[in-house]
Write a protein that binds this ligand. Structure first.
Ligand SMILES: [Zn+2]
Length: 340
């Protein structure tokens, strides 16, 4: 199953999403120039164009081929880029922590460590929004312009299978594949292996987790020498994280937001309301990053935007799902910034 769907770049993408993406990039004028059909040229609307394309296979093919050609080139194979399992050791090594993770934890991401200031960093902020995959950054690059403008560098990574939130975050912060940390499906037990929430406190680093109450991140890393903040929803997490940053008592802060994932499941990954939630996530991230920079100006530090997995439209329901071994679910982009 994975073979054909994984290779079909249109898998899980509706014609309406294709048209809207092209429209956003090229406008009706651009569409009409390239594919001069009446519905693009005279009083164009999404509705009439969809009706036309659905009954005109040659035109539909032109539109879909164009969309596929403009997709960023995919990683040839999942192993070609590091996995999210590399994040744990990358964070630990950036902070000068050599011990404390499981010996089998995956090595750090050498691409990221190249950016590390000499002597490493002393403060780290990680913002983990749920379900924002690489396809989101490809289809809606405008939502990530602020992050790039603020000096963040993108790093492509692949998620772990099954691409479900607790599985992915357990891998991200332990450095182990699902079989190694023990969460292999959607369940939220406290994981028993060592994680950065063990390694950092053992090295004397004060660690805090602010997350939506009962979310995966809120639950699976419990029982460590870390400070836990369970909040009602994203805005309260943001407020808590800003408060923690301002107090300055922690060396490592993890903040988790989940609104986009909620809307992906209830409405669909590409609906306007869902995209608006992605915008709120990127804006909240920039707000936190800015407060962090202000607080720790002059102190070597790192900030990371680290989603867990992507998502796609379930053709049967039209709603969003994830968990499959397909690029839409597995391909991620993380954003790092180091400052000295
Ligand atoms: Zn989800």
């Amino acid at each position: 199953m994975a073979d054909t769907t994984a290779r079909d770049p249109l898998h899980g993408v509706t014609l309406e999403e294709v048209l809207n993406a092209l429209l956003k990039r090229h406008g009706w004028a651009g569409l009409g120039r390239r594919i001069p059909v009446r519905c693009f040229l005279y009083q164009p609307s999404v509705k009439s164009s969809l009706a036309f394309l659905r009954k005109t296979p040659w035109a539909r093919k032109k539109v879909e081929d164009w969309y596929v050609r403009e997709l960023p080139r995919r990683a040839p194979a999942p192993a070609a880029v590091p996995g999210i399992t590399s994040v744990a050791r990358t964070i630990a090594e950036a902070m000068g922590v050599k011990e404390g993770l499981e010996p089998s934890a995956v090595p750090a991401d050498a691409r990221v460590l190249k950016l590390l200031p000499a002597g490493g960093v002393r403060k780290v902020l990680v913002y983990a929004p749920d379900a924002i995959g690489r396809r989101m950054t490809a289809v809606h690059p405008e939502l990530f312009e602020g992050i790039k403008a603020a000096g963040f560098r993108p790093f492509d990574l692949h998620s772990v299978f099954p691409s479900k939130t607790p599985v992915c975050f357990a891998s991200m912060f332990s450095g182990l594949p699902p079989a190694g940390h023990g969460i292999t499906q959607y369940e939220k037990p406290v994981i028993k292996c060592r994680t950065i929430f063990d390694a950092l406190p053992a090295a004397g680093l004060k660690t805090a987790i602010a997350a939506v109450k009962d979310s995966s991140i809120d639950l699976i890393f419990r029982g460590r020498q870390a400070d836990y903040f369970s909040e009602e929803y994203d805005p309260q997490v943001t407020a808590r994280a800003l408060e923690l940053i301002e107090k300055g008592a922690h060396d490592f802060i993890l903040a988790y937001h989940q609104e986009y994932d909620d809307l992906l499941h209830s409405d669909g990954p590409w609906k306007d309301g869902s995209i608006a939630a992605v915008k709120r996530h990127t804006e909240a991230f920039l707000e936190l990053a800015e407060a962090f920079d202000k607080k720790w100006a002059g102190v070597p530090r790192a900030v990371l935007f680290a989603p867990d997995h992507g998502g796609h439209t379930d053709p049967a329901t039209g709603k969003g799902v994830h968990g499959a071994a397909i690029p839409a679910d597995m391909d991620l982009t993380h954003f790092w910034k180091f400052s000295a």
